[in-house]
Design a binder for this molecule. Structure first.
Ligand code: IPM
Ligand code: MG
Length: 370
């Protein structure tokens, strides 16, 4: 039996608790049926934490997350907290945990499962077999830059300010994650910026180009402007292997890439810190989708993005690639059997609830492990 792996669950708001519950079920299955044992704890984040103690992320929860080997997060936010001041909003809790754990590299794969080709809004030939990864810088850029705020000018008009800022060190460390990932895949990296209008983009491009020339000559490196990249993603997404980009562009382009696969409900993500000398790295895994307040609590949400985020955890934090593959295979087979949550429902398929999808997965995992 492998040593206990400390797994912290932060279900959050909206559909978060429902989808994390199904991922927990898979984690417990892993504990019973495979050589893995997880010590699972839970905490509050987002609006749920704000309601409980007036802050979207308490210091205690943050400390527990830092002490865990990996964190699995559901989603944060909802209209209930619309009037809450900016620094206490649910989203502020998510930004804070990313920042405080220094999770600078956000990996967002967009993979089309073949049974879902028809669920994409793009033509099947454009998306079948699609397998790309966006590496998004996650703790810098305009979401964190200073100065920021809303001020009132002497003439009474108000001014909102945010600052896009990147240092060479910040660009360097995320770029290396992109290159290393490309080396393990098809060795193609497309770095995305707006160097035509932003100095931070000029610097981004220079640093990435230099790292490519010096340290990753085997990787075919290209550069693209962010607006063009958005267009290319819907025109011909299979031209990409790994896309490397900043926080803002990565936020936007990853929603776009996610939708190519048919549903935001399918897309996992990993947010990683720098490895320490022992090779351990802070890590938080979460579905790309949000808290979907409109369907929260109704057992309708698709838990697959969260389950696949747990699979990414096995691969990146626990070196359990085989078990990660098992989960991914179970997802593929459940979909091939026509089991669908509402978001990916197609004519002639069987519609199931969040729980129903979790149960179907366990049945398939049992079969695969038999
Ligand atoms: C995401 C989300 C978050 C972000 C929000 C909820 C703060 O959109 O993870 O992409 O902007 O990063
Ligand atoms: Mg987003």
């Amino acid at each position: 039996m492998a040593a206990n792996k400390k797994l912290m669950l932060l279900p959050g708001d909206g559909i978060g608790p429902e989808v994390v519950r199904e991922a927990r079920r898979v984690a417990e299955w892993m504990g019973k049926r495979r050589r893995a044992s997880f010590e699972i704890t839970e905490g509050l984040i987002g609006g749920a934490a704000f309601d409980a103690h007036g802050s979207p992320l308490s210091d205690e929860t943050l400390a527990a997350a830092k002490a865990a080997d990996a964190v699995l997060l559901g989603a944060v936010g909802g209209p209930k907290w619309n009037e809450v001041p900016y620094e206490k909003r649910p989203e502020a809790g998510l930004l804070r945990i990313r920042k405080e754990m220094d999770l600078f590299a956000n990996l967002r794969p967009a993979l089309v499962f073949s049974p879902l080709v028809g669920a994409s809004s793009l033509k099947p030939e454009l998306v079948s077999g699609l397998d790309i990864v966006i590496v998004r810088e996650l703790v810098g850029g305009i979401y964190f830059g200073r100065p920021r705020g809303i001020e009132t000018l002497p003439d009474g008009t108000r001014r909102g300010v945010n600052t896009q800022v990147y240092t060479t060190r910040e660009i360097d460390r995320v770029a290396r994650v992109g290159f290393e990932l490309a080396m393990k895949r098809h060795r193609r990296l497309c770095s995305v910026d707006k160097a035509n209008v932003m100095e931070s983009g000029v610097l981004w491009r220079e640093v990435v180009q230099q790292i490519g020339e010096d340290d990753f000559p085997e990787v075919e490196l290209g550069h693209m402007y962010a607006d063009n990249c958005a267009m290319q993603l819907v025109r011909n997404p299979k031209q990409f292997d790994v896309i490397l980009t900043d926080n803002l562009f990565g936020d936007i382009l990853s929603d776009c890439a996610a939708m190519l696969t048919g549903s935001l409900g399918m897309l996992p993500s990993a947010s990683l810190g720098a490895p320490d000398p022992a090779g351990r790295r802070a890590a938080l895994y979460e579905p790309v989708h949000g808290s979907a307040p409109d369907i929260a609590g109704r057992d309708l949400a698709n838990p697959l993005a969260t389950v696949l985020s747990f699979a990414m955890m096995l691969r990146y934090s626990f070196d359990m690639a085989e078990d990660a593959g098992l989960i991914e295979a179970a997802v593929e087979r459940v979909l091939a059997r026509g089991v669908r949550t509402a978001d990916i429902m197609q004519p002639g398929m069987t519609k199931v609830s969040t729980r129903g999808m979790g149960e179907a997965l366990i049945v398939e995992l049992d079969r695969l492990a038999a």
